[in-house]
Design a protein. Structure first.
Length: 138
């Protein structure tokens, strides 16, 4: 398989991820993940979505946690997506309010997605964990 076709398939997968995430279509979003996905979001332990996840139920809980703890996005920008074969890195920023504290944070992020056979096999979010932790701390 050529790198070009692999890159195109990876790009389509990343585009589908952000479309389904933006629409709030959790079942369709979960269908994009491989059963053995390597899923990690580093950050402070008091931030509800940080940590490692395995399996569909834990990944569903990860995405559902945003609606339980955050306001709808004040801003969500995907600025750049770089794809090389089965790897994609998405650079962007977003702004949310924390429901429990009323504080707003701006989060600059990089998301590394790895793909195989049309599924997400790796999900590593690198975000402004300090800004987020401060907003949760009140």
């Amino acid at each position: 398989m050529s790198t070009i076709s692999t890159s195109a398939r990876t790009r389509d997968l990343v585009d589908a991820f952000f479309t389904r995430f933006g629409e709030g279509d959790l079942p369709a979003l979960l269908d994009l993940f491989d059963d053995g996905v390597d899923f990690r979001v580093a950050g402070a332990p008091h931030v509800p979505w940080t940590g490692d996840r395995t399996g569909r139920d834990e990944i569903a809980a990860f995405f559902a946690s945003f609606g339980r703890h955050l306001t709808p996005a004040i801003e969500y920008v995907v600025a750049t997506t770089v794809v090389d074969g089965d790897h994609a890195v998405v650079i962007g920023h977003n702004r949310f309010g924390v429901l429990a504290t009323g504080r707003i944070f701006t989060n600059h992020f990089a998301l590394h997605i790895t793909a195989a056979d049309g599924r997400i096999t790796g999900y590593r979010m690198y975000e402004d964990s300090h800004a987020i932790a401060e907003a949760f701390a009140g």
